[in-house]
Write a protein that binds this ligand. Structure first.
Ligand code: SF4
Ligand code: SF4
Length: 347
């Protein structure tokens, strides 16, 4: 922009800027030549290349609008930095020592610490979701064995939910007998021996298990299909709250009082938006779960006649944006009949 500053601001304001610059930074140490520059051809030299990277992020103009919203911005990298480093990798020849260092450091600073929540896309002028780029890079890292394990988990998700609730119950029971610190030490020891990625910690704030049974509801006269998110089928109310009503119980009661009764299908367990798989790059598990849930939602909603409500916005978003769905069967995007909670409330 340097050659255009005078044209934009006029000679008086530009002269004023130069005088301030010369007073405050007489040796031109700060941003030398970046905005104030007397060379009229500066914009034609030292051009930065933008090599092509993955299609999802290759249009990035490196404006940085996405940076303030990124949850990892103060931990490792911002979305813009993830893309800039990716470009630098592409610029490097295969034998480059710099490339080796970037690849090594990018694993933690770029890939592992991205929440893959896609919130960066909300402020990007060209609509880039850096989380999608990172999910693509994670998918490339998955081995066939890991993919098979991810698929098995998806195929047995109802059992996984039961085991998770059982683990929560057992953990809380043990904590009440042995104490929180002793119970926390068990997963900590397993994490040290096995993997800090695969084995969760047991924090003092660990919520209790959700009840095994979802509230009884009726299909007759229902205003919407209600699919409680798997996280709300596994975790109950936080410890500081009474254990009842749970979120599904409260939502069913409030909706009925508001004249919009909800129906929870009897076979809701085991269905999920597939985000746990997509965000970690497990393509086979994601495809299986997305198709399974899409088919169930289609069936439960009578082919889209009833709206569908999900009680976690991240899961509703996962369903609405999932590219794997029922387009082939229905001829219209599956996401079009999934409504967010607010949308239902407005009706
Ligand atoms: S807001 Fe979009 S275009 Fe700007 S740096 Fe971020 S990803 Fe790139
Ligand atoms: S998806 Fe990744 S890069 Fe984008 S805002 Fe979330 S953590 Fe940041």
């Amino acid at each position: 922009m340097a050659p255009y500053v005078a044209r934009e601001w006029g000679p008086r304001a530009t002269d004023l800027m130069w005088r301030i610059k010369e007073l405050a930074d007489p040796d031109f140490i700060l941003g030398p030549g970046v905005v104030l520059n007397r060379d009229p051809g500066v914009h034609l030299r030292n051009l930065k290349s933008t090599p092509e990277i993955e299609a999802t992020a290759t249009k990035c103009i490196e404006c940085g609008f996405c940076e303030p919203v990124c949850p990892s911005r103060n931990t490792t990298t911002t979305p813009r930095q993830r893309i800039v480093v990716r470009r630098e990798m592409v610029r490097q020849p295969p034998s480059s020592p710099l490339l080796a260092v970037l690849l090594e450091q990018y694993e933690h600073d770029g890939i592992q610490t991205c929440a893959a929540d896609g919130i960066c896309s909300s402020s990007c002028p060209v609509g880039i979701d850096t989380g999608t780029l990172i999910k693509e890079l994670r998918r490339r890292e998955r081995t066939p064995r890991e993919e098979a394990a991810g698929l098995r988990l998806a195929q047995r998700y109802e059992a996984v939910e039961r085991v998770a609730r059982g683990g929560l119950r057992a953990g809380h029971l043990a904590a009440s007998v042995l104490g929180q610190r002793a119970v926390a030490e068990i997963p900590a020891a397993v994490r040290r021996c096995v993997s800090t990625d695969l084995v969760p910690t047991w924090p003092a704030s660990m919520p209790p298990a959700a009840p095994g049974r979802l509230p009884d509801t009726s299909r007759d006269g229902t205003a919407a299909v209600y699919l409680p998110a798997c996280i709300n089928r596994i975790f109950g109310n936080p410890g500081a709250l009474a254990s009842h009503p749970t979120l599904p119980e409260a939502l069913v009661a409030v909706s009925a009082r508001g004249g919009l009764p909800l129906w929870i299908p009897g076979d809701a367990a085991g269905h999920c938006c597939a985000t746990p798989w997509s965000s970690k790059g497990y393509a086979r598990g994601q495809a299986y779960m997305a198709r399974r849930t899409a088919a169930a939602l289609w069936r439960w909603s009578d082919g889209g006649a009833l709206p569908v409500m999900i009680d976690a916005s991240s899961c509703a978003h996962g369903n609405r944006t999932c590219e794997i769905g029922l387009e082939h069967e229905t001829g219209r995007p599956y996401a079009s009949f999934v409504l967010l909670l607010e949308e239902l409330t407005r009706r």
